[in-house]
Design a protein around this ligand. Structure first.
Ligand SMILES: C[S@@+](CC[C@H](N)C(=O)[O-])C[C@H]1O[C@@H](n2cnc3c(N)ncnc32)[C@H](O)[C@@H]1O
Length: 271
């Protein structure tokens, strides 16, 4: 099934809520992992695609001060949010770019990195071919993708709550897109079709902390494109839906600070 174009819209109040609540909960733990893997390759020039609000860029800029980092994303409002906390970093160049049509010359980078972006790309082979084109010979593409939603507890509870609330037409963004591309064989085949070799795919299970069930519910319902899908349903409104998800998370994980299992695939391939 083709994802609706609204799945890739990170704009309005989404970038700010995403950055404040989503990043520490589910993106920062994997950003540390991806940055450590990248650091081992000591890149001179690094391209980050779908950089969002800079979860990985932040760690890379601190850990690799000598590396020239080009951080890109389709949605300029996400990069604008990133710049609010990375404005002083002189080793980062920010540029709006579609991963399917990269505005860079052939063989320009030692590493291409992408954290939790590939699930959003309508044509992954095309994106992978673009990543390979801009890599220098022997350069490496390092990225990650969420595993199935059943292995990601907060997202699963939220998705199931929405199915109960909207039985005829549930907002399915979370299951369809972030958790819709997790078959290692398919990922490997797409990379091979784009010309990559030495493909390694690892499953990495981590914990996802949140100060409260309400913060986690707000992150998922209001800090992702799920927000637009919920709002499009009309009644019950965004606040009522967020409240129902809060209650479901609190029932399962408790009141006060909570944490749940998260799981992703981490992929490395040579261009
Ligand atoms: C889940 S966020 C991940 C952001 C960031 N890497 C992180 O770890 O927080 C997915 C990102 O993919 C971006 N995106 C969606 N489609 C894209 C495309 N065709 N090209 C580049 N970025 C895209 C969105 O704007 C969004 O910032």
């Amino acid at each position: 099934m083709t994802a609706p174009s609204s799945d890739k819209v990170f704009a309005g109040s989404v970038p700010q809520i995403y950055d404040r609540l989503m990043v520490p909960m589910i993106f920062a733990p994997y950003a540390r992992d991806l940055a450590q893997r990248i650091k081992g390759h000591r890149p001179r020039d690094l391209l980050e695609i779908a950089a969002g609000t800079g979860a990985v860029t932040t760690v890379l800029a601190a850990e690799l001060p000598e590396t020239r980092i080009t951080a890109t994303d389709l949605n300029e409002p996400m990069l604008a949010q990133a710049r609010t906390h990375l404005a002083g970093k002189t080793n980062i160049t920010w540029q709006q770019a579609d991963a399917l049509s990269l505005p860079f010359g052939d063989a320009s980078f030692d590493i291409v990195a992408c954290q939790f972006g590939v699930m959003f790309f309508p044509d992954r082979v095309k994106c992978y071919a673009e990543a390979r084109r801009v890599l220098r010979p022997g350069g490496r593409f390092l990225f990650n993708a969420w595993d199935k939603i059943a292995d990601n507890e907060f997202a699963d509870v939220m998705q199931q709550t929405l199915r109960q609330m909207f039985p005829a037409d549930p907002p399915e963004f979370m299951a369809r897109t972030p958790h819709g591309y997790h078959d290692p064989q398919r990922i490997s085949a797409d990379l091979t079709a784009a010309g990559f070799r030495d493909i390694a795919i690892e499953t990495l299970t981590l914990r996802s902390p949140s100060p409260s069930a309400q913060d986690a519910a707000t992150a998922y319902c209001q800090g992702t494109p799920m927000r637009g899908e919920i709002e499009a349903r009309g009644e019950p409104g965004l606040d009522a839906v967020t409240q129902r998800v809060t209650e479901a998370l609190a029932r399962r994980f408790g009141n006060g600070p909570i944490d749940g299992k998260i799981q992703a695939l981490v992929i490395s391939a040579v261009g």
